[in-house]
Every structure is written in structure tokens, then in C-alpha cells.
Design a protein around this ligand. Structure first.
Ligand SMILES: *[C@@H]1O[C@H](CO)[C@@H](O)[C@H](O)[C@H]1NC(C)=O
Ligand SMILES: *[C@@H]1O[C@H](CO)[C@@H](O)[C@H](O)[C@H]1NC(C)=O
Ligand SMILES: *[C@@H]1O[C@H](CO)[C@@H](O)[C@H](O)[C@H]1NC(C)=O
Length: 449
């Protein structure tokens, strides 16, 4: 009855009332500083700042970035009003860009109750909900949970995180029928029901504690064939054989050194013998523990009901430089979709810009090498050089190798001196010429001495 009634109301209301937005943040101007509060312990908790980022298709669109690697972060902002989710859908959505590399980092967002002390936000601060990617080396999971009866239960499904350096949209939807959805870049990655995918409630049925598995139950489906015997002469081929080049030294003294034994190696001809496996005639199938109703089970259709007052980021990051942006907390899936559309970032453009950025970094590096070579040359001309200083100019292999090395490792470079142009390659020709000339000069000089 309750549901039928609600269905009618929401149908009726949908045409009158658009969804409600409880929080929206784009970090595009400095006003975010009036909304967000960092943990005041600035020794432990590192700063966030707003940046356009190194390869942003729309540089005026800033995001909130964690500034350093290997650091704790804690920042939060109040929602525009308390979001009581009773009978309401909750959508929490944001973008995450692991601009540097995404090898080990927690990038989830949290919702907090009224009693949060923003300036003291830390790992043990009680939170209502956690959602977002968490990755360290091979482990990666888009985590999602609500706190229920003081319990924080992780989603039991594996939802892979993204792993690249581009902007990705993470969306968590919780509906009053206790179903949920996780979307990444607007694509559904998981969905289901709170009862099934988390351990919030006691299970409905439990194995009957009065029944035990019979001792003589045979659940071994396959056994070694007792008829199958090792063939005669199987072990004629030895497992280890002497290394062919291990020969007894002529001057080996058996009295002093004992008997000479050659170095052994695995014999490639050797084969282990295994008996055939056959189906066990006594096999009884898997034993199934009969279940009974769990006396501790109770139903709760309000697991999802919470009062959210603050949103925030609280985590430790190994890889920093994450850019968070376009946060929305709303009771309307449509609002969240529209906001995502409005703030959409084209990953393909980001990819192009990243390529460009990396090649610029490469040019900057080459320019530095060139400048350094030139500096050395000048010192040389003044005659106050040391042979070692110039040695690298003769070292063909090292300069070639450095030209080839590129990619992610070069990311660290500063982006300030980016006014490179196409002349750089030409300069490199000069550099090479000079190098040859220098070699000759140096040789002549040596000859003179
Ligand atoms: C976290 O903050 C609370 C106060 O909100 C404080 O009592 C607690 O000691 C803090 N924990 C850590 C690890 O700093
Ligand atoms: C994420 O974890 C899953 C499950 O362990 C694994 O199959 C997948 O390759 C991982 N992805 C990345 C990018 O590490
Ligand atoms: C020459 O280059 C090789 C390979 O990069 C390097 O190992 C070696 O130290 C270099 N020698 C000098 C004198 O720079």
C-alpha cells in the first residue's frame, strides 16, 4: 500500500518539481575557499589547491588537487541543507583525474553526519557513506558503503577502478527500494540490492547447527587409479646429470679434497611419472549443509536512510596530484546526468594534450642538455676545463639513449618554461656538429700537449 501510494505521488510530483540539488561544486573560482575547510593540523594534513592541470582541454575549468605525494588529506564542506534520504534517491557523483600516475592512491569521497568537526576531520571521523576508487598496485576497487548500525561494510562485488591519467566520472546511486547502481563514465559497472551485495543484515537462512557432515561422506570426486603402476624401467633416465663442462681437474687430490663429484644439472630427458586419475566410484557428491531460518534475522527496509550534512575527502595518498571536480549530491538521477553532460571532459582531447605535454617536456630536457653542453664548451674555450668534464661529449651512447627515453618518467618537469618552438630540433643538429668539432679540437689540443 505504502509503495503504491508513493509511486503515485512521485509520478504526480515529477512534473511539478525538478530534483533537488544539495551540493554542487566546480571549483572554478576562489569562492570554494569559503565553503571548504581543511583539517587545521597543517603539519599532518597537506594542502589542496585549485588548478587547471597540465593537460586540460578547457584551462578555465579548475579542479581541486592534492598537492604532494605520500600525504594525509582532510577537507570538507557543508551541504546546502541537510539531506535526509528517507524515501529519496541519493546520487553522489564527481570526477577524478589522477594527473600524474594512478598506481597507489585513495580517491574516494565521503558523506558525513551533522556532528562532524570539520577542522578535526581525520581517519576516525564517523562518516555515513564512502564511495570511489581505491587502488594500490594490483589491488583496485571502486569502493562503496554506508555505515549501518556502526558497521562499515564493503561492497562484496569487485568493481575495477580506472587506472589511467584522464578524467573519469564516478557515480553512486542509492534508491529507496534499497537497490543501488555504480557507474563509471556513465556506464553501469555494478547494480543490485543492499541485501545481496553487502553484509548489512544477518543472513535469512543459516546452516543448521544441529546437523554435521557425516564422517564417512566421500566428496573426493577423482582419485589416483590404483591399477596404474609405474612402468618397468621408467626410472632408468636419471633426474640429474653432470654438467658437460664439469670435468675433474688434473691435479685433484682425492686424499686432501675427497672424492671428486661433478656439478649436476636437471636432465631435460627426465619425466616425472604420475598415475592416471579416475572417477572415484565411492564419490557421493558434495555435501550440502541443510539450512534453517536464521533466528537473528530481521528485515530492515531503511538501511539506506541517513542524514548527510557534509561532503569531504579524507585519505592517505601515495600518488598525489589527483584532481577532483564537478561534485554533485542530489536526489535526482536526471540532475546528476545533466550536470555530467554540462561539465563533460573529452578524454580523447586530454590524451592528445598529454602527448603534447610529454613531447614538450622532452624538448625542455633536450634544451637543458644543450645548454649544459654549451656551458661546458665555454669553459673549455677559456682553457679552464678538466678532461673528465668533457668526457661525456665523446660519449655517443649516452646522448643517444637519453634522446630515446621519454614517457611518464619525464612528467616531473616544471611547466613554466614551455615556450618551446620547432627550432629546437635544428639546434640539435648544431649541437651534434659542435660535438664533432669539439672532439677534433680536443684531439688537436691533446696532440699539441
Ligand atoms: C581525530 O579527531 C578526533 C576529534 O575529532 C580526535 O579525538 C582524534 O584523536 C583524532 N585522531 C587522530 C588519529 O588524529
Ligand atoms: C583491478 O583488479 C582486478 C581484480 O583483481 C584485476 O582483474 C584488474 O586487472 C585490476 N585492474 C587494474 C587496472 O589494476
Ligand atoms: C657513457 O655512457 C654510458 C652509457 O650511458 C655510461 O654508462 C657511462 O658512464 C658514460 N661515460 C661517461 C664518461 O659519461
Amino acid at each position: 500500500m505504502r509503495y503504491a501510494y508513493k509511486g503515485i505521488t512521485s509520478l504526480f510530483l515529477a512534473s511539478l518539481v525538478a530534483g533537488k540539488v544539495y551540493f554542487k561544486e566546480t571549483f572554478d573560482d576562489d569562492s570554494w575557499k569559503t565553503r571548504w575547510v581543511q583539517n587545521e593540523d597543517s603539519k599532518t594534513y597537506k594542502d589542496f589547491e585549485t588548478v587547471s592541470g597540465l593537460f586540460n582541454p578547457n584551462p578555465s575549468n579548475k579542479g581541486l588537487q592534492t598537492t604532494v605525494d605520500n600525504a594525509f588529506y582532510a577537507i570538507s564542506a557543508p551541504l546546502d541543507e541537510i539531506f535526509s534520504t528517507k524515501d529519496k534517491t541519493l546520487v553522489i557523483q564527481y570526477t577524478m583525474k589522477q594527473e600524474d600516475k594512478f598506481s597507489c592512491s585513495s580517491n574516494y569521497i565521503k558523506l558525513f553526519p551533522r556532528n562532524l568537526k570539520q577542522k578535526e576531520l581525520n581517519f576516525s571521523s564517523h562518516f555515513n557513506l564512502l564511495f570511489g576508487p581505491n587502488k594500490c598496485k594490483a589491488f583496485n576497487q571502486t569502493q562503496a558503503f554506508l555505515t549501518y548500525n556502526q558497521k562499515q561494510n564493503l561492497l562484496k562485488k569487485q568493481v575495477d577502478t580506472t587506472a589511467d591519467r584522464f578524467t573519469h566520472l564516478y557515480t553512486f546511486i542509492v534508491k529507496p527500494d534499497q537497490s543501488y547502481q555504480i557507474l563509471i563514465d556513465n556506464e553501469e559497472k555494478a547494480s543490485g540490492h543492499f541485501f545481496d551485495d553487502w553484509n548489512y543484515l544477518e543472513p535469512k537462512m543459516i546452516p543448521d547447527p544441529k546437523i554435521k557432515k557425516p564422517i564417512n561422506w566421500v566428496d573426493e570426486e577423482f582419485i589416483d587409479d590404483p591399477e596404474d603402476k609405474r612402468p618397468e624401467g621408467w626410472d632408468v633416465i636419471p633426474r640429474y646429470i653432470p654438467e658437460p663442462d664439469s670435468v675433474k681437474p688434473d691435479d685433484w687430490d682425492e686424499i686432501e679434497n675427497g672424492m671428486w663429484i661433478p656439478v649436476l644439472k636437471e636432465n631435460p630427458e627426465f619425466q616425472e611419472w604420475y598415475p592416471k586419475t579416475i572417477r572415484n566410484p565411492a564419490y557421493m557428491g558434495p555435501w550440502i549443509h541443510p539450512k534453517i531460518d536464521n533466528p537473528d534475522y530481521y528485515e530492515d527496509n531503511d538501511i539506506y536512510v541517513q542524514e548527510h550534512a557534509y561532503v569531504g575527502f579524507e585519505f592517505y595518498q601515495v600518488d598525489g596530484h589527483t584532481i577532483f571536480d564537478n561534485i554533485i549530491i542530489t536526489d535526482s538521477i536526471e540532475e546528476a546526468k545533466a550536470f555530467a553532460e554540462e561539465t563533460k571532459v573529452d578524454i580523447n582531447v586530454e590524451k592528445e594534450l598529454l602527448e603534447k605535454y610529454l613531447s614538450e617536456q622532452e624538448l625542455i630536457k633536450k634544451q637543458r642538455e644543450y645548454d649544459e653542453a654549451k656551458r661546458m664548451e665555454e669553459e673549455f674555450n677559456y682553457g679552464n676545463y678538466k678532461d673528465d668534464d668533457l668526457e661525456f661529449l665523446n660519449n655517443e651512447s649516452s646522448s643517444d639513449e637519453e634522446k630515446e627515453s621519454s614517457s611518464d618518467d619525464e612528467y616531473e618537469g616544471s611547466s613554466d618554461d614551455e615556450d618551446e618552438n620547432d627550432d629546437d630540433d635544428d639546434e640539435f643538429v648544431i649541437y651534434d656538429d659542435k660535438k664533432d668539432k669539439k672532439k677534433k679540437e680536443k684531439k688537436n689540443k691533446k696532440d699539441e700537449l
